[in-house]
Design a protein around this ligand. Structure first.
Ligand code: KIV
Ligand code: NA
Length: 265
């Protein structure tokens, strides 16, 4: 298998084939997901919650995300690796966005970047695309605007559906190669997907987007707390790890680890 590139994602849309995307923040998950055939890996700013333990994505910085991006790009042989631009690193101006995205491409060796917002940030998207940096958009519920949006709420209901489509179209016209739709009604996501030439990637957006993305720690059950309605748990990795750590601890305390085969004469 060769490296996944943007035209491949476009071809999948044209053939009507759905494709998966997962977040990844480190070498092991990047390698495992890459070998499992996940074509697109996102080093999301959700690393704020899932690596650094922050209460939201807002505090995470470029300097905190860059090493994670570098780890993922170093380990993924086939997947297209998208780096999230964190809050405060692109909203100021197209120049600021270009400076930040350049760091992710150069130092992080990312293949593309993602930023949140529609029409308001079309100028940023255009500046990056002109510089040869592929951009994935992200509209609907945008976690970096959590406080402005009044919390985790479904976006694009009723009259807002036209706004959602206008944002998606503005991103496409600005040159984005794909658009994430987060927490929008399934009908609205279906309509946007049908209207766009570029692929849509849903999270809490129903079954009719071109791609589907989940945060890996949610998908694999690392996160043992309450999760959003749109999350499906495909494994109980948190339980597996807790059990492994517990048995290790028991064997150390009981004196059965290390055994002769783990020791040198
Ligand atoms: O940071 C993230 O994990 C994301 C996905 C949920 C799309 O932006
Ligand atoms: Na994100």
């Amino acid at each position: 298998r060769r490296r996944v590139r943007i035209p491949h994602l476009q071809q999948l849309k044209e053939r009507g084939e759905n494709w998966p995307m997962l977040t990844s923040y480190d070498m092991y998950t990047a390698r495992i997901f890459d070998q499992a055939g996940i074509p697109v890996l996102l080093v999301g700013d959700s690393a704020a919650n899932n690596v650094y333990g922050y209460e939201s994505s807002l505090p995470v910085t470029v300097d905190e995300l860059l090493p994670l991006v570098r780890a993922v790009t170093g380990a993924a042989e086939h997947a297209l690796v998208v780096a999230d631009l964190p809050f405060g690193s692109y909203q100021g101006s197209p120049e600021q966005a270009l400076a930040t995205a350049t760091r992710f491409m150069k130092e992080g060796r990312a293949h593309a970047v993602k930023l949140e917002g529609g029409r308001r940030y079309a100028a940023q998207v255009e500046a990056l695309v002109s510089a040869g940096i592929p951009v994935m958009g992200h509209i609907g519920f945008t976690p970096q605007s959590e406080h402005g949006l009044g919390g985790y709420r479904v976006q694009g209901r009723g009259d807002q559906a036209a706004e959602l489509l206008a944002d998606a179209q503005a991103l496409q016209e600005a040159g984005a190669f794909a658009v994430v739709l987060e927490m929008v009604p399934a009908e609205a996501a279906k309509h946007v997907t049908a209207e766009l030439r570029i692929p849509t990637v849903g999270i809490g957006a129903g079954p009719d987007t071109d791609g589907q993305v989940l945060v890996w720690t949610d998908m694999a059950g690392m996160n043992t707390g309450r999760t959003a309605r749109f999350v499906k748990r495909y494994a109980d990795l948190g339980g597996v790890l807790a059990d492994a750590a517990g048995r290790f601890a028991d064997e150390v305390r009981g004196g059965s680890f290390p055994a002769a085969e783990h020791s040198f004469n």
